[in-house]
Each structure stands twice: as C-alpha cells, then as structure tokens.
Design a protein around this ligand. Structure first.
Ligand code: C2E
Ligand code: MG
Ligand code: MG
Length: 674
C-alpha cells in the first residue's frame, strides 16, 4: 500500500474541494447561457415562422414548453454528469478514507509495538545497570583478589581486596606491568608461560606465584585466569581471581618442619635422613655413614626413669648440633643417631662423636658417663641404596656392640651371613634348651704326677645334624644373645643331676663346670646354686667352677665378693684359658683361685718355641709358689706331657690323655680307677 505523507494528504483534500466548487458553477453558467440565447433569439425565430398571432401565440406556448423540456433535459444531463462525478469522487474519497483508516490503524499498531519495545529496552537498561552495580559491588567487596590486565601484562583494574593486600593504591598499580612490578625476579620466566597458555587455551587454573607487596613482604597467590574478549574496545584482556595462600603456606611449612624435625632433640629425623641420603646417592657423591648408639642408655632409663633418658637425649642433641661441625646429623630414634660425612677423615669424626658422648652429663642430680658404639658404612663401596646402607650400618653397630662399649666397627660383607646364622642358632638353641636336646660330655683332667684322674671337666655338646655346630661357636653366640645364662643353668642342673644319680653323695673326683662371664656376674648364680645343691644333694667341694679373666675384668670388687661367697660355700674356682685375651698376672694373687688353667695356645708351642716354654715354666713355678695348682690344657702328645710333668705342672688335660667323652665312657673310666 502506498504510504501518504501529511503534506500529500492536505494537498489532496484541497484539490478535491476546488473541484467540488467548480461543478455547480459550470451547470449554472450553461443554464444561464442557454436561457439568455433562448430568450434573445426564440421570439424572432417564431416571428419568422408564425403566420398569425394565433399561430404565434400557439407557437409561443409550444416554445415555452419546449424551453421547459430542453432546459429540464439539459439540467438533467448536467446534474447527471455532476452526480456521476460526485459519486466517483465520493467513492474515491471513501477509498482514500479507508486507506487512511487502515494507515491510522497501522500507525497505532506501530506505536503500540514501539511502546512495548521501549518498555523492554527500559527494563533491559535497568537490569544492565543493576547488574553492573552488582558486578562492581562483587568486584570491590570480594574477599578474593581480582585483577584485570591486558596481554602485555599491564594492569587495567584491581579490586579493593588486592590493593589492601599489596599495600598499593589503585593509581599506583594501574597501567603498570604487574608481571614485572609485583613479581620477584626469579618468578618472572614462569609468567611468560602463563601468558602463552592463556593465548592458547583462554583459561589457566590454579596458577601459583609469588608477589611482593609494597612493604617488601612476599605473598603466595593462587590464581584462576580467564582470557575475555572486549567487543566494545575490540581487544582481549585477562580476568584473574586470586587467593592469598601465604598464611596457609606458612602453616604448611611449620607442619612440614615439625614432620621433618625430631621433637626431642631438634635434630632432623629419619624421614629427612632418607630424603637427603637418597639425593646424595643420586648425585653419586661418596660419603661415610656413621650409626651411633649410646651404650648405657638402657641402664639410665631403667634405673632413673624415662624422664632422665629424655633429658639426656635432649642435651645430647643440643651438644651434637653445637659441637659436631657436620651438616648431616639425624636422630634415627631412641638413643640412635646418624651422621653422614664426606671430606673429613673417619678418625676425626669418630673422635668428635666420642668426645661429645664421653663426658660427665649432669642430669639434674644424676651423673651419667656414657660411651657410644659406632657402626660405619660407606657409599658407594658397601651399598648403593639407602636401605642397604642403613642395614650395613646397623650390622656394623651390632658388631661394635658385641666387641664392647665404646667400640667402632666398619661394615664387612660377611656380617650379613654371620648375622643370619646367629639368628638361626639363637632360635634353635632356645628350642634345644627347652626340649633338652643338649648333651654333657666329660673330659678327664689327670694328675700328671700320679697318672690318676684328678677331676673331670663338664663340656657341653649339641648334636644338631643340620646346624653342624661346634661348642665354641654356639657358646660364643649364646654369649652374644644373652642365652648363655640359661645355657649355664642348664649345664649346672644337668651336671648336678648326673653326679647325684650316678655317684650319690660321694663322687670319685671333682667335676669342673665352665661359667661364662655373664653367669658369673649375674644375680641368680648364688641363689640358683643353693637351690640346685639342695635338690641334688651335692657337696660344693666336689664342684669346681672355671671362669675366664673376662669375668673378672668387669668389676674387681664384685668379682672378689662373688668368689668369696662361692668359696665360703665350699666351691672351688679355677682361672680358665690363662694366657689368652686379657692375660694379666695381676689377678692371680688378688683373687682366691684354686687352680690356674694354662691355655692350649701356650702348650702347643712349649716344644718348639723357647719363649713359650719359659713362660709356661715360670707360670707353673710362680703359681705353685703362691699356692695355686696348675693345669695344662690341650696336651696332644707324649712329649708335651713329659715336658709339662718335668716343669712341675701338676695337672694336665688333652686329647693325648683323654678326649671329651659321653657319660657312659667317663663312668666306666672312673669305675676302673676304683
Ligand atoms: P675350655 O673350657 O677351655 O674347654 C676345653 C676345650 O678344649 C674343650 O673344647 C675341649 O674339647 C678342648 N680340648 C681339650 N683337650 C684338647 C686337645 O688336646 N686338643 C684340642 N684341640 N682341644 C682340646 P670344647 O668342648 O669344644 O669347648 C670349647 C669351649 O667352650 C670351652 O673351653 C669353654 O670355654 C666353652 N664351654 C664348653 N662347655 C661349656 C659350658 O657348659 N658352659 C660354658 N659357659 N662354656 C662352655
Ligand atoms: Mg674350661
Ligand atoms: Mg680352657
């Protein structure tokens, strides 16, 4: 439909108005002209044609009628034509009107639509405004650091929380490159990676970095960054939401520190040891590992209580930190400490450690003078993994402990094999003791002057086909494991039982029973002897105990007391294996021994080595002079026997004379004597 402008419509109505006025005027003018012509000429024409007046009058009437008819006809035709035009015009007007009405309706509808759209627009604007306010409020009041920045790293905006955190005002930061301005130098390279990743993925989550606040404090931040396109400005910018993890990190650090620090001593703990050693190993850096254990620590705890034990550990830990100039010192647990060193000679480290331990520790009113045993292993010679090195150090320490207080031992490969055998034997020996699988053998000791059996030494035997073990080996192991006290108790009981069963109250000779140092020094010895003696009705004078110098070494005063107690009860005591490990003539006069047993290692050489011969000769003479009878051990030949006899050695024992034998054999030997 054609659309009219208001001007068009006005012009159109004016034209129509003019046209409407011109039509009646035209009809009247035609009528006027026709009337005038008619009046002017009709009478003259009549006069021409009328013959008389009557005719004239009649023609006059006809002319009047004719005028009326013709003018009526003309009027009719003019009016008809005008009406026709009016009708046409009216039709046109009505159709224009129609058009106008629908145009008006259209206008109304358009206005309606416009109104609705306007309302919607207002609503959207309101919504946008409130949303903007909301976003601004969140931005400013949020407890999260929010920062917008462009891909050059320049800050566009920072929220209140973040400016507070940093101590800068917005103006101080805005437009600056935060990637340089706020970031410590070491962290900067990783920001380049951040920007690259943002360009590629438009989002980076959980990005952690450090920022430096205005007062120089380093803060740890965790960011979630999103790359956003700004269509208004046609450029990208980054929105970063950050959480301040500084406090959390500090707490974590503290927890971590606590997890890695030994609370009692303040030294590094075993976890750190394992980590640090692993890195040293992976670096391939040779080192020596020292495993230190306080020797008398158990006594301190047992006698004075754990409080004193803890106090010592604390003081010792402090002393180690202060006085041992080593970076790698750890507390492994209990009274065990580890030191890792390279570069400093072993002897220096050992001396330093011993010097720190071996002093008089004043633990309140308690005085403590400990020693320390040290096991040593080396990387890479002895092992290349932490566990192996630890095991080595432990084995070496174990060996050092066996060697005695304050000992130092280096790891050797056979320790492992030895230790496994010790463990097997320890277990089997416990079982053998319980199930009476041990046996007693007897070796006669002869009076070299008369050739008679003077006494019989009781020797333990363990016939185990699988273990195939000698007495010397399992006795040594029982001494290590502490089982020796039980072993000796078993021997004393079974020896007493045999004597009682076979000889009653009057055995034909003395019986010598070996006592280990631990048994001799144990509290139960005297008590158990009293009980067993009563049970089996044994006369103490028929019994001789053989102890070694090692038993005596422990404490001379205590040894003297125990010996006196034994002697008072009537038992005999001999000093066994004289001339071996701790030989010293010192004890001979000071302690009430009855006999001195010269060790086989001297007897072996009396024929070939003149020095040994002289020593044995002197020993025999000296002993006899102070009232000690001598027994030579391990006589294996007639020549040895004669030589000893010539020297005046009163008693002798050895394979040449008689080998250790089972009960029946010794019984028959003794019965022949009778
Ligand atoms: P010991 O007390 O010096 O006993 C003497 C050892 O020398 C015995 O070894 C004996 O068999 C051996 N022997 C004797 N004459 C000769 C000889 O002519 N040649 C050689 N080669 N050896 C000879 P055995 O029975 O193997 O005992 C070894 C050690 O084990 C004993 O040395 C003793 O210290 C210890 N022992 C044995 N039985 C017991 C026991 O019941 N308790 C304790 N605590 N130790 C024991
Ligand atoms: Mg002996
Ligand atoms: Mg001996």
């Amino acid at each position: 439909m054609k659309k009219f402008s208001p001007e068009d419509l006005e012009k159109l109505s004016m034209d129509k108005e003019l046209e409407a006025y011109s039509h009646p005027l035209r009809a009247v003018i035609i009528y006027l002209l026709f009337g005038l012509v008619w009046i002017g000429f009709s009478d003259r024409v009549l006069l021409l044609f009328a013959g008389n007046m009557e005719q004239y009058h009649m023609m006059q009437s006809i002319k009047g009628w004719l005028f009326i008819v013709v003018s009526s006809l003309i009027l009719y035709l003019v009016l008809k034509s005008e009406y026709k035009k009016i009708f046409k015009l009216t039709g046109e007007v009505s159709s224009k009107n129609q058009e106008l009405v629908s145009f008006a309706e259209e206008l109304v509808a358009m206005e309606e639509e416009l109104k609705t759209k306007l309302e919607a627009l207002y609503k959207t604007t309101d919504l946008l405004t409130s949303q903007k306010q909301f976003v601004e409020e969140i931005f400013e009041s949020s407890n999260t650091a929010i920062m917008t920045w462009n891909l050059h790293g320049e800050v566009v905006n920072v929220n209140h929380y973040y400016t507070e955190l940093l101590g800068y005002t917005l103006e101080e930061i805005k437009g600056k490159k935060w990637t340089e301005f706020l970031i410590p130098e070491g962290e900067r390279p990783k920001l380049k990676t951040l920007i690259d990743e943002l360009r590629e993925n438009h989002r980076v989550n959980n990005f952690e970095n450090k920022v430096v606040s205005k007062d120089g404090t380093e803060l740890s931040m965790l960011w979630n960054d999103t790359l956003v396109y700004d269509s208004v400005e046609d450029r990208f910018f980054v929105v970063s939401f950050g959480t301040d993890l500084t406090k959390q990190h500090l707490q974590e650090e503290q927890i971590l520190k606590m997890a890695y620090m030994d609370r009692m001593t303040g030294l590094k703990n075993r976890m750190v040891f394992e980590n640090e050693i692993s890195s040293l190993i992976s670096e391939g850096h040779p080192f020596t590992l020292y495993y230190l254990d306080i020797d008398q620590f158990k006594n301190l705890n047992d006698i004075h209580g754990h409080l004193y034990g803890d106090l010592f550990l604390k003081m010792f830990g402090e002393a180690l930190q202060k006085e041992a100039p080593y970076e790698h010192i750890y507390r492994w647990g209990g009274d065990e400490f580890l030191v890792v060193e390279f570069g400093i000679p072993d002897e220096t480290v050992i001396k330093t450690l011993h010097d720190i331990v071996q002093r008089n520790w004043a633990l309140r009113e308690v005085q403590f003078t400990p020693t320390a045993s040290i096991g040593i292993t080396r990387f890479p010679e002895d092992g290349t993994v932490v566990q192996k090195l630890l095991m080595n150090a432990d084995l070496a320490l174990h060996k050092a402990k066996i060697n005695g207080k304050g000992s130092v031992e280096y790891f050797r490969k056979q320790f492992q094999v030895e230790l496994e055998r010790v463990a097997t034997i320890e277990k089997a020996l416990g079982k053998a003791l319980e199930e009476d699988q041990l046996e007693l053998y007897f070796q006669p000791i002869y009076n070299l002057m008369t050739g008679e059996v003077g006494s019989v030494e009781v020797l333990l035997r363990w016939f185990d086909e699988q273990l195939n073990i000698t007495t010397g080996e399992f006795i040594a192991i029982a001494e290590q494991t502490g089982q020796i006290v039980k072993v000796d108790q078993w021997v004393i009981k079974n020896a007493f039982k045999v004597i009682s069963e076979k000889f009653g109250a009057a055995p034909p000779c003395r019986f010598s029973i070996n006592l280990s140092a631990q048994s001799f020094n144990s509290d139960i010895l005297l008590h158990s002897l009293t009980q067993l003696r009563e049970t089996y009705d044994i006369r103490p004078e028929d019994i001789e105990f053989e102890i070694t110098e090692y038993s005596v070494l422990h404490n001379l005063e205590e040894t003297r007391r125990t010996m006196r107690a034994l002697k008072e009860k009537g038992y005999n005591i001999s000093l066994d294996d004289f001339g071996t490990r701790y030989s010293s003539l010192n004890y001979l006069g000071k302690l009430p021994f009855d006999r001195l047993k010269i060790d086989k290692s001297y007897v072996d050489y009396i024929l070939t080595d003149s020095v040994d011969r002289v020593i044995v000769d002197l020993l025999v003479h000296m002993s006899e002079k102070i009232g000690l009878k001598t027994v030579a051990e391990g006589i294996e030949s007639e020549a040895q026997y004669r030589a000893l006899k010539e020297m005046g050695c009163r008693y002798g024992q050895g394979f040449y004379l008689a080998k250790p034998m089972p009960l029946e054999a010794v019984l028959s030997l003794l019965s022949k004597r009778d």
